[in-house]
Design a protein around this ligand. Structure first.
Ligand code: GRF
Length: 186
């Protein structure tokens, strides 16, 4: 199944998806890595690893034209499922509707807790015993939609947001390829 990945930055989850897609018997391949940030570090990594890339900034052209370009690039690449991986924009209801249930995202919290930004700092401040990450179907609501899989991480005494984020990220890299493989074959 051809998958398109949308990133805005470093792209470590994208790298985990690419690595998994290159294992024997993987049910998906990464057909395109696209970004709203032409300078995203993950784009250079993808290009260096032989994956088609596409970048367009919404600055100056507006959200509708920007999304039309992303949509066209995904469709030209034959993409069937879009995986958001550190993509820092909210997709419009029209874009989400036109991919009808075929966009998924990874979010660094145990949804439905801590939607939005600064998830780890908020979980620590609230005195939670556990944090984690969730892969979910994208709807027009931020960090909403059916939860497809989660991984839990204990919050340790003395944890700050960065230390916790690093441990959760390890679990993200394990969880996302596994859930995407299940999603494309369901
Ligand atoms: C990850 O923690 C992801 O859950 C969140 O943004 C971060 C992206 O990291 N949505 P990377 O770009 O995949 O390295």
């Amino acid at each position: 199944v051809p998958v398109g990945i949308l990133i805005s930055g470093r792209g470590s989850n994208m790298q985990a998806l690419v690595a998994a897609s290159r294992q024997e018997g993987a049910p998906y391949r990464v057909a395109l890595v696209a970004s709203d940030k032409p300078e995203a570090a993950g784009l250079a990594w993808a290009a260096a690893h032989g994956i088609p890339t596409f970048a367009v900034s919404p600055k100056g052209i507006g959200k509708a034209a920007y999304e039309a370009e992303i949509d066209q690039a995904m469709r030209e690449a034959g993409v069937a499922v879009i995986a958001l991986a550190g993509y820092m924009r909210l997709l419009s209801p029209d874009f989400v509707a036109s991919w009808s249930g075929r966009i998924i995202n990874i979010h660094p919290s145990l949804l439905p807790l801590y939607k939005g930004l600064d998830t780890h700092a908020r979980a620590i401040a609230a005195g939670e015993a556990q944090a984690g990450c969730s892969v979910h179907v994208v709807t027009e609501q931020l960090d909403d939609g059916e939860v497809l899989g989660q991984a839990r991480v204990a919050i340790l005494p003395g944890d700050d947001a960065d230390a916790l984020a690093a441990r959760v990220l390890v679990e993200e890299h394990r969880l996302y390829p596994q859930v995407l493989a299940e999603f494309v074959t369901r």
